[in-house]
Design a protein around this ligand. Sequence first.
Ligand code: 13P
Length: 254
Amino acid sequence: MRKKKLMVANWKMNPGSVAEARVLFGKTKLAGGKLDKVETVMCPPFPYLGLFAHAGTTRVSLGAQDVFWANIGRATGEVSPEMLKDVGASYVIVGHSERRALGETDEMVSKKLRAVLAEGLTPIVCVGEKERDVDGKYFDILKNQIKSSLAGIRRTDFREFVIAYEPLWAIGKSAREAMTPRDIRETSIFIRKVLADMYDATTAELPVLLYGGSAEGSNTAAILRDGGVSGLLVGHASLDASGFISMLKSANSI
Ligand code: 13P
């Protein structure tokens, strides 16, 4: 398991102003910079990325929420891996369920992953089932999603690679409705098994695994301790600086 915890703030389409973004970034960076057992990553919306260009440190990094799969071409509205690298981003979320809901396919996700890796950026690829059925069909759904999203990814690509497991049914709720650490651990083991079948047992251990879906202050420690994951992908709770900082501190103390 990775020694440092990886705590990723996915701000989604927030906050509504540059002024608020600066405050949120500043407070989080200051606190995150003091923690030696956590790497904090902030993923602001595209218009704010430039505000924080090269503001990353060894403890606090900049990430993007999406990317296009090529550096050149006619692609109105898209942002290339090269541009992200140039503003100092080191991580890129790929295939978030909210992007998949807008039409992003596994094939697009795999193209994006390859483009991100080619640029030397670290992808955070999101996978997760929409719902859990009593027959356990969601395991097959998850397996197929992982296999198709990772099409074309080589063993050596996993050295800097993050997989975020985000069950859709647990996103945007409260900690009480998040997945239990026990179920997260079961799914983490399953994801590693799928990778072991696709590659080999050693490769399966390489990617960093995160959990996302209503991670808040109250469930951070339990998930990190018992969930079989090395960090969290945090949505709404990352928008409140003091709440997110307490999550970072809690991760740092594990
Ligand atoms: P919430 O933490 O708001 O549930 O969002 C999770 C998520 O989608 C992070 O990418």
